[in-house]
Design a protein around this ligand. Structure first.
Ligand code: SF4
Length: 324
């Protein structure tokens, strides 16, 4: 999700380009006022991934925003009376726009909270209530999110909901926290659900630069083999057998290859115990030896090199790979 002021179209477009470049496949912007709505046209015209408008409380903003975006995120229950919801729904229907219902434990419907407490069941009931409003208006092009800030309740809510119906689901652990702890929570929550076949879109929510959200999201998808994207560095955890500085080299290679889009694996292994197996499977690999280190390419040893040559040699091989 972009975190620039949406009304500042230039800044927002710039940020979305950075996110796109990092692998973002769909982007959401907050639309809190009419100035933000007015910026949507320019934003949409200058980006190439689908744009989602996040709107609360004001049906007029939703009506206007619908002209420029690819999806609306609204909660029908907080957008106004039935007449206002109907206007928004008709606009979405006319424009073939899906609506995402985003239920959040931090902003539950008061009635539902009183009945079910802050539970997974409350998230599900709340989503069903919003869905019912749309279905009564004959609108079915919906996607649902049921987010809590803790992992167990989020997983429970999505599982419960997925058993009841087959609506597409948008996954996320909301307000997951800082880059470090939020990434772990998101990986466990989103990863567990995706692994079970639940979920269609994801968002990692971090109190950090949105590029971190995209990077973590991509890593979750890569770890589950749902996306092949960029360089994956496989590195051993090191031990008393390690023959070179694995951590330093692995980190440097990871940093220097962030802009490569082609899916490639590089194994950086400290010794011959697990090294040859991993290096053989990777596109490129290095296995530490006592006096020199073995460079692997596509499963074969191609050279013996010194520690200070490893990074440059691997980068050179990567350049060749990319031009192939
Ligand atoms: S590959 Fe070798 S150096 Fe690396 S952790 Fe395993 S045994 Fe230790």
């Amino acid at each position: 999700m972009a975190n620039t002021l949406t009304k500042d179209a230039d800044k927002t477009v710039k940020q979305i380009h950075i996110l796109e470049n990092a692998g973002c496949e769909i982007v959401r912007v907050s639309v809190p006022d009419i100035e933000s709505v007015n910026a949507l046209k320019k934003i949409k015209e200058n980006i190439s991934i689908p744009l989602v408008a996040d709107i609360h409380f004001d049906y007029k903003l939703a009506l206007e925003a619908a002209k420029y975006v690819d999806k609306l995120r609204i909660n029908p229950g907080n957008i106004g009376n039935e007449e206002k919801i109907k206007l928004v729904v008709n606009e979405a229907k006319d424009r073939n726009l899906p609506i995402r219902i985003g239920v959040n434990l931090g902003s539950l419907d008061k009635e539902i909270e009183a009945k079910f407490g802050l539970t997974a069941k409350a998230l599900v009931e709340s989503a069903l209530k919003h869905l019912k409003i749309l279905e009564k208006l004959d609108f079915y092009d919906t996607i649902v999110a049921l987010k809590a800030s803790d992992v167990p309740r989020t997983i429970e809510a999505y599982r419960m909901f997925a058993k009841l119906n087959d609506h597409p689901l948008h996954l996320g652990i909301t307000e997951a926290g800082t880059s470090f702890s939020g990434s772990i929570k998101s990986a466990i929550g989103i990863g567990t659900l995706l692994e079970q076949g639940i979920g269609d879109t994801i968002r990692v929510s971090l109190s950090a630069d949105p590029i971190e959200e995209v990077k973590v999201g991509k890593e979750i998808l890569k770890a589950l083999k749902l996306r092949k994207f960029g360089v994956e560095v496989i590195a051993c955890p090191t031990c008393a057998r390690t023959n070179f500085d694995v951590a330093k080299i692995a980190t440097e290679i990871e940093n220097k290859t962030v802009n490569i889009k082609k899916p490639l694996t590089i194994a950086i292994m400290g010794c011959a115990v697990n090294g040859p197996g991993e290096a053989k499977e990777a596109d490129l690999g290095i296995v530490g030896g006592k006096d020199a280190h073995l460079l692997y390419k596509k499963g074969e040893i191609i050279e013996k090199i010194a520690e200070n040559e490893i990074i440059n040699r691997i980068l050179k091989e990567l350049q060749n790979e990319q031009s192939n």
